[in-house]
Design a protein around this ligand. Structure first.
Ligand SMILES: Nc1ncnc2c1ncn2[C@@H]1O[C@H](COP(=O)(O)OP(=O)(O)OP(=O)(O)O)[C@@H](O)[C@H]1O
Ligand SMILES: [Mg+2]
Length: 232
């Protein structure tokens, strides 16, 4: 099995008024092709920080992050943008849809920016897959939370990049809608054979992934959620 994401000795230290603040301590993680992993952990423990580094949105203070064997830690923003374009899509907790654009335009825009051929056709196909064909002319304000997240999922999958990062994709949804969105996410993940890195507070969702990790005050370790729960 080939390693798609490799993270070694990664630290994130940021300056603060009280001196340097260590957000991530020596972080190690390997994710294989097609694998799904979940990261759980308390608020403020560093989960989103790690996701941002793995996805090439930010640069780590030290250590090596490789995406398909390419060391993104040493790359500048331009280099990382190219890696993101070719390999990475991201689903955010708060959807991050552009408020003035319709559902269709929100999915089409990143495809056009990537110069994908037949952007509109592909966007329509994905919006259909997420069950929103009848809502394509609606702007985010006219959509429910679950519908907005489905647009965000359509946008992420339309890019057809092999790695998907999702930061609390069901965090802003009620449990029933969250479950539907999670079903959709895993269904599309299988269909498109993606590698998935998911941050969630929801242990039920985390258990659907192949492996689970816990972030505790900037330290990442693999956990067995079933074991933890039987001990408790
Ligand atoms: N650029 C920054 N400068 C200073 N502190 C930061 C910066 N980015 C994150 N932090 C701090 O680092 C810690 C980890 O933040 P992070 O957003 O990764 O947590 P999280 O585990 O995703 O939490 P949540 O579950 O609430 O989303 C927090 O204490 C946060 O305030
Ligand atoms: Mg977070």
């Amino acid at each position: 099995m080939s390693i798609v994401i490799s993270c070694k000795n990664v630290k994130q230290i940021v300056p603060s008024s009280e001196g340097d603040l260590t957000i991530l301590k020596d972080t190690f993680l390997e994710v294989n092709e097609g694998e799904s992993i979940a990261i759980i952990g308390q608020s403020g423990s560093g989960k989103s920080t790690l996701l941002g580094l793995l996805a090439g949105l930010d640069q780590s203070s030290s250590g090596d992050i490789q995406i398909y064997g390419k060391n993104i830690s040493k790359m500048d923003e331009e280099g990382r943008a190219l890696i993101r374009k070719n390999y990475i899509s991201f689903i955010f907790q708060n959807f991050q849809l552009l408020p003035s654009l319709t559902a269709l335009e929100n999915v089409v825009l990143p495809l056009q920016l990537k110069q994908v051929k037949n952007a509109k056709g592909r966007a329509l196909e994905l919006l259909e897959k997420v069950g929103l064909s009848h809502r394509i002319t609606h702007t985010p304000k006219q959509l429910s939370g679950g519908e907005q997240q489905r647009v965000a999922i359509a946008r992420a999958f339309a890019c057809q990049t092999p790695i998907l990062f999702a930061d609390e994709p069901t965090g802003n949804l009620d449990s029933k809608t969250g479950e539907k969105v999670a079903d959709l996410l895993f269904e599309l993940k299988e269909q498109y054979n993606l590698t998935l890195v998911l941050v969630t507070h929801d242990h039920k969702l985390a258990k659907r992934c192949d492996k689970q990790f816990r972030m505790e005050a900037g330290i990442l370790s693999q956990v067995d959620l079933n074991e933890k729960e039987t001990q408790a």
